[in-house]
Design a binder for this molecule. Structure first.
Ligand code: ZN
Length: 327
């Protein structure tokens, strides 16, 4: 099926199926196709959209989504469950964060362009055909190959109905680390497209490193089912993990602590460590062991991201420190 021909309102009630959505032409004469899974409940209710692999090197969503699909039957579902386990298919093929075809980061080009390059077209049709008719969006991210991030649920905390609904969904997801961000949300994300359309939205992070930890897949699977219970799409109460860290701060990973030197990075700290202002987070050394740069944090807080690949170029992102809620 061509993605632009998809009409969610015409999917039959009491059905469960998968399909390929053709989104744009390949050079070999075929099409780039996105995998699509949906469950339509017997009765009417909310529409939940779940996205995976918006970054092509993040695998948690790719494994979580078919598992959620396996667990949800139409006869117990109220509403519609729509899921795309691999959004940036070209990047996924190449084990890359961004597309090898046009170099674009899918999470920076929403709401997309129907006449643009392949990444812009993917963003456009996801926005028009899936985000627009949704009542809630969950975008499953992780640290990818280069970064390590604690398993968490994140959202932008706005003081309005949309912010409150996003927050309630995030808390219902049930992860032990909750990370909220002050508005405005940076542009280009699936979540910014959702919020602009009035759809509450949340996202995950996880360990990454080119490997989906079974504990993260389990946490995300339970989390998506929890949100469905919260939205009254399924019977039952969400199974919540106790919150160990409720964090607050800028979640834009494009502007974090980067390195002024090239070389070999070794961190001194671990994820979720408490650090003080001026504390050393790690060093960058040359091949003779000489320290080329000491990496410090200007602000105190909790370590929320660390680079996973030791070799660093000048300007590479190394770490991010965020605050505790109210602190
Ligand atoms: Zn990501």
């Amino acid at each position: 099926m061509r993605f632009q021909e998809l009409d969610i309102s015409r999917l039959a009630r009491d059905s469960k199926a998968s399909a390929w959505l053709a989104v744009g032409p390949r050079a070999d004469g075929g099409d780039w196709c996105l995998p699509f899974l949906y469950v339509m409940g017997v009765t009417a209710g909310p529409t939940l959209l779940v996205l995976g692999a918006v970054h092509g090197d993040e695998y948690e969503g790719v494994e979580t989504i078919p598992e959620v699909f396996r667990r949800v039957a139409p006869d117990v579902l109220r509403g519609a469950l729509l899921m795309v386990p691999i959004c940036n298919v070209p990047a996924y093929e190449a084990v890359l964060r961004s597309s090898p075809i046009d170099g674009l980061n899918l999470a920076r080009v929403f709401p997309g362009d129907p006449n643009g390059t392949i990444t812009q077209r993917i963003a456009y049709w996801i926005t028009q055909k899936l985000i627009k008719p949704a009542d809630f969006v969950i975008d499953l991210h992780s640290g990818g190959v280069t970064a390590e991030i604690p398993s968490l649920i994140g959202f932008t905390q706005s003081d309005n109905e949309l912010g409150r609904r996003s927050r309630a969904g995030a808390l219902a997801f049930g992860a032990s680390v909750v990370w909220e961000h002050p508005p405005p949300m940076p542009p280009g994300r699936s979540l910014s497209a959702a919020i602009d359309l009035g759809v509450p939205a949340i996202y995950t992070e996880a360990g990454g490193g080119g490997y989906a930890h079974p504990s993260d897949v389990s946490c995300f699977t339970t989390g998506v089912i929890n949100v469905m219970k919260h939205l009254d799409m399924l019977d039952g109460q969400p199974q919540l993990q106790p919150i160990t860290h409720h964090l607050s701060g800028d979640g834009n990973m494009d502007s974090v602590i980067s390195t002024p030197a090239a070389g070999y990075f070794r961190s001194d700290v671990a994820l979720l460590d408490e650090v003080s202002a001026g504390q050393r987070l790690g060093t960058v050394r040359d091949p003779f062991g000489k320290v080329m740069a000491e990496i410090t944090t200007e602000s105190p807080g909790v370590v929320i991201m660390l680079r996973r690949i030791h070799r660093v170029h000048v300007g590479d992102n190394l770490a991010h420190v965020t605050g505790r809620l109210g602190g």
